[in-house]
Design a protein around this ligand. Sequence first.
Ligand code: NAD
Length: 477
Amino acid sequence: MPRKKVDPLEVLATTPLAKAVASSSIGKSVATKLGVPPAVELRRGRNNPRGAISLAALSNATLVGSTLALLGRDTINVKVDTPDARTLGDSGRPVPPGYEGRLGALVLDLTELRAVKDLEYVRGVLRPAIRSLERSGRVIFVARAPESYDELEPRVLAQGLDGLNRTVAKELRGGATSNLIWVDPETTPGGLASTLRFLLEGRSAYVDGQSWRVGVAEVSDDVATTDRPYAGKIVAVTGAARGIGAAIARTFARDGATVVGVDVPASGEALAKVVNEIHGTALQLDITLPDAGERIAAHVAERYGEDARLYGIVHNAGITRDRMLVNLDEKGWDAVLQVNLMAQLRMNELLLDGRPGGLADGGSIVGISSTSGIAGNKGQANYATSKAAIVGLVRAMAPQLADRGITINAVGPGFIETEMTAAIPYLQRQIFQRSNSLAQGGKPVDVAETIAYLADPASAAVTGQVVRVCGQALVGQ
Ligand SMILES: NC(=O)c1ccc[n+]([C@@H]2O[C@H](COP(=O)([O-])OP(=O)(O)OC[C@H]3O[C@@H](n4cnc5c(N)ncnc54)[C@H](O)[C@@H]3O)[C@@H](O)[C@H]2O)c1
């Protein structure tokens, strides 16, 4: 009988003993000696940077300053053009005003970016900030979207910021992140507030090196500043029994939602545990059933009254059936496309047709893509197809739903530590975990927080976007 080739290192690393050692303090110190630094603990949750928030506004741009004022965040205005006013910072080195002490965040308002020479200002404010930024600090670029300019120079510069942002994200240390928000010339402080707040807070811990668009929507100050945006709202979460889905259910409940948790009957017990903990309701349902959308709406109408409507649905349930294409049969191909894609298309159609318990106007849909869908992945032809299709779905449906005030977005998780990824052999897992700018895997709550930000009524100006939650994974674009 032919013997299977075995990699001794892998066998060694996957033994229970090796796993125990790796998570022990001895294991960690061995790992450090081998040059594997321990992962920095990221700031998570609804909390602000500890240090000052510095605002650098090019050519007296006002959008970001007004947005931070709306959010009640005190800021220090950074001025790079007054070298004489330099003082000594904590490090004993001279620093420009705005950088004294540890910096919590540097927010750059570049909405007035016009010419290549303006980039010198950007370099000037970034350079001292890189050194001064606290652990889990933030660099946030806000600029006009390239396509919003008619003139060539500002248009190409806006695109250039994407490369700058990605590079800053790679150069930062200590769990600090850099992200770029592209706005419309008509974007208001109310429309931008939820995004700026998300990026400043620990909720965006594992979002790094990304860029996405904030458009135009009326958002009142109350909606923009509340900590419980889902109070009085019903949100359905598929695949809520475990992993990322359970974290999504808990996060929405924390923010005030009544959660309808959906999962297959075989996971009924685990699902009941999650929804009981958060005072939601459970619906045991295979989402690939043709009438799954109808059943979700019927559940909402039955449990919460004929007039009740879903505010949001999070299409989290997903499966993998990994095989190299040469071994991929029809069954493995179809199962993944049915759960990850077809079920979503059918459910959306039914939930959007105005039936009792269906999706309300002004509501929100969020799907889950994946870096595999964005970059492709060996052995995941079925999964990558289904997950890239979610990007297509979001982009196609956003304009269709705009009239009804419904937003549709997706997240693209990278390596997230769940039961699914715990099954990956130890060494391989270590490589996946560390192949990103934050040098660690994400947690289910990181994906959940990003979804809750996207579905937030305060994020009405954010639609058709895919936000990767991957710590700036090396794979993907
Ligand atoms: N874990 C990661 O690193 C990662 C990375 C990228 C994307 N994702 C995506 O995030 C989502 C959640 O992933 P996870 O790691 O928590 O997975 P998981 O396997 O731990 O949980 C998925 C849940 O979906 C449920 N489910 C599966 N088929 C269903 C069906 N037909 N009807 C109803 N429920 C069904 C399962 O019972 C399970 O509770 C998936 O869409 C996955 O593709 C995960």
